[in-house]
Ligand binder design. Sequence first.
Ligand code: SDX
Length: 428
Amino acid sequence: MSETAKVLLDGQECELPVITGTENEKAIDISKLRDKTGYVTLDTGYKNTGATTSAITFLDGEQGILRYRGYPIEQLAEKSNFLEVSYLLLYGELPSASQLTDFTKRITRHTLVHEDVKKFFDGWPSSAHPMGQLCSLICSLSSFYPESLNPNRSQEEVDLSIIRILAKMPTLVSWIYKKSIGHPLIYPNNNLDYVSNFLFMTYGMRTEDFHVDPVIVEAMDKLLILHADHEQNCSTSTVRLVGSSQANPYASVAAGVAALWGPLHGGANQKVIEMLDQIQNDGGNTAKWIEKAKDKNDPFRLMGFGHRVYKNFDPRAKIIKEACDNVLNKLGIHDPILDIAKQLEEVALQDPYFVEKKLYPNVDFYSGIIYRAIGFPTEMFTVLFALGRLPGWLAQWKEMREAGQPIGRPRQIYTGEVKRDYTNIATR
Ligand code: SDX
């Protein structure tokens, strides 16, 4: 006997199906509510509303659990690599050695972008934000593959678009950085692995004298894994919604980049470093800034703290915090803002305001410290978040398309003027 929920509306009892996920999460399926009762539900910000079922990522905000296709994030961060995790997210299983070799070869083959893409960079002012450039570049890339504009073509062609976007994103990201410092653009070196190739295009000049520090490669690979997917967050939900109109994957991913840019979402990693620098320049008085974050009349918020779902530690923040110490020690870097971040965390987690509101460090709180130690400018941090999130966006877009989901079109409750007649301007 399947479980149901009963709703009593206007004296009428309405029975709705309850669905239970594989981790025993429960939802009331309201898809027939309006047909049965004329009512819709309202949940601004979708704080308690599921938009879809999904088999890709599971997270439990109370327990601080995050798993990709059932594998704990701690194990993947420790033992896997970004391309293997990308394969897992996209195809549902860890690849065999031959499958990973083939997947890697396919990606390596598509790392180059059309020469005409370079012309886009001539149009932007030097102050153009990297996220605005990335959003434009990803969407415009579809122009070079007109067959990709129809996502209803063969599975092979859709899969090729996914491979192309995964392969070309590091090239685009490195070119954005190179342009920002007035350096020549570096072409991919397909003898290097995915992360080393990205670092080569970003920091290298010539193959023969480029040395990539394995400490940095390992740190970068781990950060990309930790950002790879996070179920129905703002940007992923955007990718799915845009894709549900049958927009092509390039346009859907570009929309995800745009959503991620916001400081409440992926843009927080840039804001965290700007905040820590501000606190350091203000004398490092963490208690003062904690009070500002608690003050309702003060617009200051503790960036990198709090989360819509995690009401316990964000497991990614724990791993990144450990990696921070490890990477900075190995690179021989002492960045005083790491000490400030740790002090903020220590003070906040003992403060009733943060404890009662269950505000913990999230993925963005420590990640920027590692990006800065590697040498990235702060404005590049959110682009690096997008580089990591890319396989998750593509896997979620693929899942939504393969499920044949309908176009997303939420309802509303109208609160404006009721019917009234037009009046002649002379009488107003
Ligand atoms: C990401 O969804 C995902 O999965 C996102 C992400 C992913 O991997 O895709 O995990 C990545 O986006 C992480 C979050 C990065 N953003 C930040 O670090 C920005 C700072 N954090 C906040 O703005 C906030 O915590 C949010 C946006 C993350 C969550 O906001 P919610 O769930 O809408 O909660 P809220 O804003 O209603 O806050 C609840 C209460 C409020 O106080 P009251 O009005 O109830 O009195 O907590 C307070 C807030 O004022 N609060 C904070 C705070 N975050 C929440 N107070 C001070 N500093 C903060 N950072």
